[in-house]
Ligand binder design. Structure first.
Ligand code: 9D3
Length: 248
């Protein structure tokens, strides 16, 4: 799949594309990323990409023309024209289902906004879908686009670990819809805090039950709505229900 990214700050993507377990996906043709800077398509000595808003008000607005020329360049390089995703505070919040949908696609063109936003005429003419990370403010669409690409890259078969691949089809980002259990590594005693004794017992059944109980208790305490959903989907058995009863 191929993602074209339209951004005034392509250099922000360099360390992201070169680092971590997702690097393999980006360096192979598996998830190809092509960056396009609207400034390269801006006219005049000043190469303007933004201007003051008609009607007045604070901040600047990204001009439609440099964006549309960058988009035309991106679409022209693709085998098929891609859907256009705008990262914007107005979008629907990203979730696991949306990530899975795009992870199974041929890719898309990602537009990263800066300043107060884009000229609405560009949005109206070209944008198919708007995605937000949630109801908080960041400075532009680049970090949200990288979060989106990271989530897609780690779903690629060659990036997934064995442990994750079992999880791949699950609807929920949490295994069985429950939060993960706590993890411990060496040393056995860290400045007076021991590792739970059961984990050192070598007793696999007891360890698995303890982990399941921890997940149930943690989920009931931190995300009770996930217990309701897990119950509704039939993910809880009689032993799970007894544990929850005992600790209610
Ligand atoms: C006062 C109006 N602000 C809108 C909430 C102005 C504004 C703030 C930040 C306009 C654009 C931005 C830049 N942010 C993004 O482009 C963005 C974003 C975000 O700020 N939060 C969560 N998800 C996203 S996706 C893109």
């Amino acid at each position: 799949m191929r993602f074209d990214v339209i951004t005034l700050f392509p250099e922000l993507f360099d360390p992201f594309l070169r680092t971590g377990i997702t690097r393999r996906a980006f360096e192979s043709e598996q998830v190809k990323i092509c960056l396009h800077n609207p400034r390269d398509y801006a006219h005049g000595n000043y190469r303007r990409v933004d201007d003051r808003p008609f009607g007045g008000g604070p901040g600047m607005v990204m001009m439609a023309e440099p964006l549309s020329l960058a988009l035309a360049q991106a679409q022209g390089q693709r085998a098929q024209p891609g859907k256009v995703i705008l990262f914007s505070p107005q979008g629907r919040a990203l979730d696991h289902v949306t990530v899975q949908r795009w992870a199974a696609s041929e890719g898309a063109v990602l537009v990263c906004g800066r300043y107060e936003g884009l000229d609405q005429r560009f949005v109206d003419r070209y944008v198919d879908e708007q995605i937000s990370l949630g109801d908080f403010v960041v400075s532009g669409g680049e970090l949200p686009a990288m979060v989106f690409l990271d989530a897609i890259a780690r779903l690629q078969p060659e990036v997934l670990s064995d442990a994750q691949s079992h999880q791949q089809d699950s609807f929920n980002p949490h295994l069985d819809g429950l939060l993960d259990c706590p993890h411990y590594t060496r040393p056995e005693d860290w400045h007076g805090s021991p590792v739970p004794e059961v984990l050192l017992s070598g007793h696999h059944e007891r360890i698995e039950r303890w982990r399941r109980d921890q997940r149930l208790l943690l989920t009931a305490r931190l995300r009770p709505e996930l217990i309701v959903a897990a119950r509704a989907s039939g993910a809880l058995d009689a032993a799970d229900e007894r544990l929850l009863d005992r600790t209610a």
